[in-house]
Design a protein around this ligand. Structure first.
Ligand SMILES: Nc1ncnc2c1ncn2[C@@H]1O[C@H](COP(=O)(O)OP(=O)(O)OP(=O)(O)O)[C@@H](O)[C@H]1O
Ligand SMILES: [Mg+2]
Length: 299
């Protein structure tokens, strides 16, 4: 089974992303016995410093500050890190504060996209707006879209009695996670202990939430394993995969040069061919290098 890739994200600050990311990664490591990596993509670095400075755990936490969110470089750098850790772990948890300039294509790197949100009317509206802005990812016809999990966060006892979700219209399918209770003691635990280390209402709600994430991950991966992604679609999803892009570049330039010609074969054969053939082949070669150049420069 491939690594479970979880993104904890929202556009709203202070909703509990980092608290959830840090504790979720420790839960996966200690309760589900998974080799877990926490990739903290948030400039504040709260979740990684929580994991690195609290009591020892076997979670590997990295804080990666990748600026210039607007550039394609950001997407490529994030993807490289994610893929590096996915190859080495069983669970990857990413903590990210979203900005409108970011490329929503990044969400395709994940199995689960967890969006913590407060349930107050104003914050829920902002969350719905954010989800709609990246909504195409969850309904994409290409590849396997991630599963969206909405997590009611920092919910007060009073709010627990209300039902704000059934009154709202969501244009994107999602699963609702068990709510995380508001508990003042959570604040005191930062960089000292994890919420599961103390017996409290919060720790029970974090455990329930983590179990639900685990189950959603299993369901997602089972469903994904039965889907066959077309080769052409895989290329769309992995545009910076050099080997694949090169292969596709060669494949798409086969009209003039024949299927099995590598660049070196072309060079060799162009020396021994007649002048006319030589001219034709070198123009094909120029075409091929143009395609390769464009593939390389798009990275
Ligand atoms: N369940 C909870 N109960 C009470 N306080 C909480 C809870 N979860 C988080 N907090 C507190 O809320 C504040 C914001 O939490 P956190 O830093 O996890 O949010 P964030 O979404 O990562 O914020 P940012 O967008 O700034 O990165 C912190 O002070 C944290 O201690
Ligand atoms: Mg944070």
């Amino acid at each position: 089974m491939n690594a479970l890739r979880i993104l904890v994200v929202s556009q709203k600050g202070g909703v509990g992303k980092s608290t959830l990311s840090a504790n979720l990664s420790v839960w996966f490591s200690e309760m589900a016995f998974k080799n877990t990596v926490l990739l903290d993509l948030d400039p504040h670095g709260s979740s990684s410093s929580w994991v690195n400075f609290a009591r020892q755990s076997s979670v590997f936490a990295e804080h990666a500050v990748l600026g210039d969110f607007e550039s394609r470089r950001w997407l490529i750098d994030c993807r490289s890190r994610i893929r590096k850790y996915v190859a080495k772990s069983e669970v990857l948890v990413c903590d990210l504060t979203w900005t409108a300039a970011m490329d929503a294509e990044l969400l395709h790197e994940f199995d689960l996209v967890v969006v913590p949100t407060s349930v107050s009317s104003i914050e829920l509206s902002a969350t719905i707006k954010f989800i709609e802005s990246v909504g195409w990812v969850f309904t994409a016809k290409t590849g396997i879209p991630p599963t969206l999990l909405i997590c009611p966060s920092r919910v007060s006892n009073e709010e627990l009695k209300s039902d704000p979700f059934s009154k709202r219209r969501f244009s994107v399918p999602f699963m609702l996670l068990p709510p995380i209770h508001y508990d003042e003691s959570v604040r005191q635990l930062f960089k000292k202990k994890f919420v599961f280390d103390v017996d409290s209402t919060a720790s029970k709600s974090y455990s329930r939430c983590a179990e639900a994430v685990y189950n959603a991950g299993t369901i997602h991966q089972q469903a994904a394993s039965s889907v066959v992604v077309k080769f052409s679609d895989r290329r769309v999803l992995a545009t910076h995969n050099t080997k694949l892009s090169r292969y596709m570049a060669e494949k798409t330039s086969t009209a003039g040069i024949g299927n099995k010609f590598s660049q070196s074969n072309l060079r060799r054969s162009s020396i021994t061919s007649s002048r006319r053939k030589e001219g034709q082949r070198s123009s094909n070669l120029r075409g091929l290098s143009r395609i390769l150049e464009s593939v390389i420069s798009s990275k």
